[in-house]
Design a protein around this ligand. Structure first.
Ligand code: SF4
Length: 415
């Protein structure tokens, strides 16, 4: 059976609007018939979203890179120990100044995530969000990953729900994804992931959804996970969405191997995921997650060019202006640190789609029927100053240079 006919029963299901099974999802990930997978995902997306592709005029802010898990999360290049070169922790005034530095952009969303600082308490974040809301009342705050929320609950000796209520009261309107890379216990053991288990991650998001706080979901791919791990991760997200309906968008996250232990152990430094796998992850995500409204492509990880192509592979949401992307550039992403508002609109238009600026909750802010290419409506330059600079880790390895329980034969067709 050639690749196309192998996918024929799945194509029939997608055309009839039926839910795909675990075996269907596995067959899609194992198939190299990328164009058929893309066509089916495009069909599923168009049914939901037509030709609309949304983006947020957003700004990423990372208040600290100090993290108690710096020596255990072997796939992370962002975190530092408190005394390590490049460690930083912003005061609230510095965070407010960073937000103000991008005032010329029509920012609608602050995307705020960072390390698990041993001493920053809940009050630091509550004051930050209140302060940002007071200064920028029209800007949504999407903040803190599940692992940051669980960390705050632990150090405050509060329940996760109590922390979420405090964040909601301070102005947080949604949660980002991230905070658990892939749910598979085997993959987590292999990469020594000490963050949340899949169940713990899902529990934080379930608690948020129960409070009416929507969230986003992610999966880090292209490290040591198997195709079955990917499928089980997606099915766990789909099951929670069936229960709560609280996920807004799914974002596949491409693993980057520079300046982290895992990349060194895998011998992958200087490489990243392939465009083929990036597009396949978008498309299979769209097909399996039939109950999540949006699928987003993250151009800082996969390049603006792959993201533009992804818009015809099942994707209806493009990462926004960002202003300064730190986390993936620490790990070797070779993409721009930011894109201007007009570049984002141009990328979407260039794919033959209809750009829609949205807020964090996917409400329409602006459409672009009258938009003229080249007529700049917003600041085209990136931000300046010492806040907007990166010095890569000198030492990828954790203290003590552990031997990772890695890694022969574990990458099951991930590329
Ligand atoms: S992945 Fe997150 S929790 Fe792990 S070291 Fe990096 S910042 Fe800390």
């Amino acid at each position: 059976m050639d690749g196309r006919s192998a996918l024929a029963p799945i194509a029939d299901k997608v055309e009839r609007g039926e839910r795909l099974t675990r075996d269907d999802a596995l067959a899609l990930f194992h198939s190299n018939d990328l164009l058929t997978i893309g066509r089916l995902a495009d069909l599923a997306n168009r049914r939901r979203n037509g030709d609309r592709v949304c983006f947020a005029a957003n700004q990423h802010i990372n208040p600290t890179n100090v993290c108690v898990l710096r020596n255990t999360c072997v796939f992370c290049s962002f975190a530092r120990m408190p005394q390590e070169d490049g460690a930083y922790t912003r005061s609230l005034d510095e965070v407010f100044a960073e937000a103000d530095a991008a005032r010329d952009n029509p920012t609608r969303e602050f995307h705020i995530v960072g390390g698990l600082h041993p001493k920053l308490r809940l009050a630091y974040y509550v004051d930050m969000f209140r302060g940002l809301k007071a200064r920028h009342p029209d800007v949504h705050i999407k903040a803190l990953t599940a692992v940051e929320i669980a960390h705050l609950a632990r150090i405050e000796q509060l329940s996760v729900t109590d922390v979420l209520i405090a964040l909601q009261d301070a102005g947080v309107t949604s949660l980002p994804g991230g905070g658990a890379e892939v749910f598979s216990p085997a993959a987590r053991a292999t990469i020594a992931d000490k963050k949340l288990t899949g169940e713990e991650w899902l529990a934080v998001h379930r608690a948020a959804h129960r409070l009416g706080l929507p969230s986003n979901c992610t999966m880090l791919y292209g490290h040591v996970e198997t195709m079955a791990d990917r499928v089980d991760h997606l099915l766990a997200l789909r099951a929670l969405q069936d229960e709560t309906g609280g996920f807004l968008t799914y974002i596949p996250l491409a693993y980057h191997p520079d300046h982290n232990e895992l990349g060194e152990a895998l011998g992958r430094t200087g490489t990243a995921t392939s465009g083929f796998d990036d597009l396949k992850n978008i498309a299979v995500g769209r097909l399996v997650l039939d109950n999540i409204p949006h699928v987003k492509t993250h151009w800082p990880m996969v390049t603006p060019f792959i993201s533009q192509v992804a818009l015809t592979f099942g994707c209806d949401d493009l990462e926004g202006t960002v202003v300064f992307e730190r986390v993936y550039h620490e790990a070797g992403a070779g993409t721009p640190m930011w894109l201007s508002y007009d570049q984002i609109v141009g990328l979407i238009r260039g794919a033959g789609k209809e750009p829609v600026e949205r807020d964090s909750l996917y409400q329409t802010v602006r459409t672009f029927e009258d938009w003229v290419p080249g007529q700049r409506s917003a600041r085209p330059e990136g931000p300046e100053g010492p806040t907007f600079a990166i010095a890569h880790r000198r030492r990828a390895q954790a203290r003590g240079g552990r031997k990772l329980p890695v890694l022969s034969g574990v990458v099951d067709g991930a590329e």
